[in-house]
Design a protein. Structure first.
Length: 222
């Protein structure tokens, strides 16, 4: 890869899923293969409910990085400066997200981040192959969030997080995949309260599934 295009890099707490509440640096890549990120294209996109800005490189810490080491150094700086964490901290976590991070995340960047002591998590729509050989592709934590109409290339990982409801992608269709944790995350938007109640009812009736809320929004974190 000739370089990386990054929307933003910032320190926060993970707000969703099994690692909710854990300190992390979020590395948000630009671009997605299921939506351009532009409102004029939303109605014809495969994924129409995304609530994230992943267009351009103008966010905090964002930019174009010519190589893996320069990007990994920026992630490390965010961990040390924004979290005031010691250089020897053993709990470093970087969450690679987007957009779709597996359009850009590669073995060179994984190596550079691991060399700086980071545990690497990815949040992906699951339509792209893993960035390195092996059953975990060089990643320490894999979160797949399937989207209706988008065939899955990744059918195993740590957590499957299904935005709910998606009328043509119900939980039963993915419940048999090889994940440790299964989460329903109520779809944001004008029907959010209704969606929360529907997700609660489904989780109560199907205990394999757990409710995932966007807690970072509830407490005012990015």
């Amino acid at each position: 890869m000739s370089g990386y295009r990054v929307k933003e890099i910032y320190a926060t707490l993970q707000g969703e899923g099994a690692q909710s509440g854990r300190a992390a640096v979020f590395l948000r890549f630009t671009g997605c293969n299921l939506w351009s990120g532009r409102e004029e294209d939303r109605a014809t996109a495969t994924c129409r409910f995304c609530d994230t800005d992943f267009v351009g490189t103008d966010g905090p810490g964002g930019g174009r990085f010519s190589n893996a080491d320069s990007l990994a150094d920026t992630v490390e700086h965010a961990w040390q400066s924004e979290l005031a964490a010691p250089a020897t901290d053993a709990n470093r976590l970087v969450v690679c997200t987007g957009g779709e991070p597996l359009l850009q995340l590669d073995a060179a960047l994984l190596d550079a981040l691991h060399a700086r002591g980071f545990e690497i998590a990815v949040e992906t729509n699951g339509t792209r192959p893993l960035p390195a050989p092996g059953n975990r592709g060089g990643l320490d934590w894999i979160t797949v969030s399937p989207k209706a109409g988008a065939p899955l290339a990744l059918t195993s990982g740590d957590e499957l997080k299904l935005v709910f409801p998606q009328p043509t992608l119900m939980p039963d269709a993915v419940a048999g995949l090889d994940f440790t944790h299964f989460f329903l995350q109520p779809m944001d938007g004008p029907k959010q309260i209704e969606n929360i109640q529907a997700a609660i009812a489904f989780c109560q009736a199907h205990p394999r599934w757990r409710l995932s809320l966007q807690t970072h929004k509830l407490v005012g974190l990015a």
